[in-house]
Write a protein that binds this ligand. Structure first.
Ligand SMILES: Cc1cc2nc3c(=O)[nH]c(=O)nc-3n(C[C@H](O)[C@H](O)[C@H](O)COP(=O)(O)O)c2cc1C
Length: 208
């Protein structure tokens, strides 16, 4: 057996037995519709955020900040979402079901983490790099959840419609940004299966 095929075989075994590649492929966004309503331990959320804190960061600016909403803060947060929805959606396009959904969320969701990009005061790296670093932190959150089978979560931006308004509500300075919200809740163990187009259509090998 060549060295290369030995390595490939070891890697396949790791994938089968739950190595990091298997965790990456099995990761799924878990949405509030499937949350049971049971509250997660704050320590689970803290451990997930501890993993977020180990994301790569250019010049070690560590631009991620997290505001964790739980308990009595949840109705307050979702009231705010509903207010923004009412204020920013033309009346003829407002849907009552959407407002009802916000009202029901505090009974489903356990914690909501506001994902904040805190701009390096010295601006040592371009803003896009700070945003990328926070996105890496969010992926770490997703992957860390694999260690807590009864917990699930997803990143919500509401297609970016809410986030500038929420930045103001969160009291962020003009240089900082709200990049969305990570919802967390208790979930049944088995996630739905994922779907992606083949990677080979997304790769161009450049050899000379
Ligand atoms: C930056 C970002 C923003 C997202 N915002 C939303 C959102 O507002 N609403 C939503 O339902 N899903 C949102 N998602 C999650 C996607 O719906 C989800 O990743 C996609 O359906 C693929 O499913 P999977 O994560 O389980 O593979 C967001 C994902 C990313 C990366």
């Amino acid at each position: 057996m060549t060295m290369q095929s030995e390595v490939a075989q070891q890697q396949d075994m790791q994938t089968e037995s739950g190595g990091i590649r298997a965790v990456i492929r099995a990761r799924r966004s878990r949405f509030p519709a499937e949350y049971t309503g049971a509250r997660l331990d704050d320590d689970v959320v803290r451990q997930v955020l501890e993993c977020a804190n180990w994301a790569p960061t250019h010049k070690l600016t560590e631009p991620w900040r997290f505001a964790v909403y739980c308990d009595d803060a949840l109705p307050r947060l979702f009231d705010q979402f509903a207010r923004i929805y009412r204020e920013t959606t033309p009346p003829e396009r407002q849907v009552q079901a959407k407002l009802d959904k916000f009202a029901a969320l505090p009974d489903k969701v356990s914690h909501v983490v506001a994902l904040i990009m805190r701009r390096d005061p010295a601006r040592r790296v371009p803003e896009i790099e700070e945003i990328c670093a926070v996105a890496c932190a969010v992926q770490n959150m997703h992957l860390a959840l694999a260690d807590f089978p009864g917990a699930g979560g997803y990143w919500s931006t509401g297609s970016g419609a809410f986030t500038p308004h929420m930045a103001e509500w969160l009291g962020l300075s003009a240089d900082d940004r709200c990049l969305g919200f990570f919802y967390l809740g208790s979930v049944p163990a088995e996630p739905r299966s994922g779907r992606r187009g083949p990677v080979d259509r997304k790769i161009e090998w450049v050899r000379n």
